[in-house]
Design a protein around this ligand. Structure first.
Ligand SMILES: Cc1cc2nc3c(=O)[nH]c(=O)nc-3n(C[C@H](O)[C@H](O)[C@H](O)COP(=O)(O)OP(=O)(O)OC[C@H]3O[C@@H](n4cnc5c(N)ncnc54)[C@H](O)[C@@H]3O)c2cc1C
Length: 409
């Protein structure tokens, strides 16, 4: 089930059809094998998505990308997530470092990295550290000037696509703690000496790596500084607000739609004997209580879809929209979680079977809450908005510096 929006062009709808076909034919058949393998680095799905140019959906044609808008990006992420949470996770994580490069990269850096990403080089954004978590300014990892370059020491955790990355956008401390300009961002090739990647077991999204990237005395030249010294917080927040939040809203939306479809299919094939002599049967979906619950679920899904696309549509119109981006992620994660709880009830005992699609979706949704700011952080931002606290608009700054994006033609 998916709703219509007045701003979806024929190109958007065609892109959605193509993504759905890819999901059915290429992603779907791989899901049970990926699930059975548990936490692992899947290389096949990233290769297939990379070959289609999906890493470069918001990269301009002048850098070899598809040159499409944020609505198109959300369509691809939602459809990949519908087919497999891991596929959605892999795809969404790749656009966040791309956004940092689009925002802060010099022309030379863009010419070097964006065409490679558009052809299927996977990148990460490496911000989170074990002790500081979502308090980005509290990080300990450092970059110190040495000779004509920098030496980076940091331990980054929960880094999406860590197992397949060719490039890391690493944010570390270059100044005194507490100063908002005390962080800087660096472009670090994954094969530089001193980088180690490890992967703890994760509850869901099997095939998507989200591991630890350790950097021990990693040397990079000056040309690898992204933006200016002190732009690290802007790199992290812009990428997170403008790209991470809508990407996770789209991931949650894809999972949410899948939950709905799995539940409807389950209820339709499950029949109850009715009538005085039990000669008739009724679909479970015809039961009034079940119908009521399905109505609630449908209403929630429609609202979630509207919020996910309205927020990115504002971005495509060049309008500052931090609050809408925050709300789209919070609502989509919460709504998908509630629908999963309803779906679990409707699946009865089957919701306890590890091999049932609904339990895979329950595990996968756990991966949507924390990245790009946990729900409580989003609530905190919305409360500030309600109280009239004036905050820097990351989307406004991003839009001022980047080119405008085209709708799918
Ligand atoms: C699947 C996945 C992918 C990820 N991908 C990346 C990635 O690619 N790159 C990257 O750098 N990081 C990534 N992360 C890390 C993610 O950004 C962090 O998990 C997140 O910032 C929260 O940090 P934390 O887990 O240390 O929790 P903490 O910051 O310790 O927060 C724990 C809890 O404390 C509360 N809390 C903390 N701070 C506040 C606040 N300011 N206001 C209100 N409540 C608060 C909230 O309830 C929060 O859930 C990923 C995480 C996951 C699970």
């Amino acid at each position: 089930m998916s709703t219509t929006h007045s701003y979806l062009t024929d190109g958007h709808l065609r892109l959605r059809d193509q993504a759905q076909e890819f999901g059915r034919e290429e992603i779907g058949p791989r899901v049970s094998r990926m699930e059975a393998q548990g936490t692992h680095t899947d290389r096949e799905l990233p290769r297939l998505m990379g070959e289609r140019g999906w890493c470069g959906v918001i990269i301009g044609a002048e850098y070899g990308g598809m040159g499409l808008d944020h609505v198109s990006k959300s369509i691809l992420i939602a459809e990949a997530s519908y087919a497999s949470g891991a596929a959605g996770g892999i795809l969404q994580a790749s656009h966040i470092p791309t956004t940092a490069i689009l925002y802060l990269g010099s022309e030379e850096q863009k010419r070097l990295w964006l065409p490679q990403i558009a052809r299927g080089l996977w990148a990460t954004i490496a911000v989170t550290e074990p002790d500081s978590g979502s308090h980005v300014l509290g990080m300990d990892g450092t970059a110190r000037r040495r000779g004509g370059g920098w030496v980076i020491n940091a331990r980054k955790c929960f880094i999406g696509n860590s197992g397949i990355a060719g490039l890391h956008v690493v944010v570390v401390r270059t100044g005194k703690p507490g100063d908002p300009r005390s962080l800087s961002a660096f472009l670090v090739e994954a094969d530089r000496a001193g980088i180690e990647v490890s992967q703890p077991d994760l509850i869901g999204m099997h095939g998507f790596t989200c591991g630890i990237v350790s950097l021990a005395d990693v040397r990079v030249p000056d040309s690898h500084l992204l933006g200016e010294v002190g732009d690290g917080l802007a790199a992290a927040y812009t990428a997170s607000v403008v790209c991470g939040r809508p990407n996770l809203a789209a991931t949650a939306l894809g999972l949410h739609r899948r939950v709905m479809d799995e539940t409807l299919a389950f209820l339709r094939q499950r029949r109850r004997k009715t009538g005085k002599r039990h000669r008739e049967t009724q679909q479970l979906s015809d039961h009034p209580v079940v119908k009521y619950r399905l109505g609630e679920m449908t209403s929630r899904l429609m609202a979630a879809e509207r919020l996910a696309f309205d927020a990115v549509n504002l971005l495509d119109q060049g309008r500052a929209c931090d609050t809408e981006l925050v709300q789209s992620k919070l609502f989509n994660n919460q709504a998908a979680g509630e629908t999963l709880r309803d779906a679990s009830s409707l699946h009865g005992g089957y919701a306890t079977r590890v091999d049932h699609p609904i339990t895979r979706l329950l595990r996968d949704i756990q991966h949507v809450g924390a990245p790009a700011g946990p729900d409580d952080v989003q609530r905190h931002r919305l409360t500030e908005k309600a109280l009239g606290v004036d905050r820097r608009q990351w989307s406004e700054e991003f839009l001022r510096r980047t080119y405008s994006l085209a709708a799918a033609a």
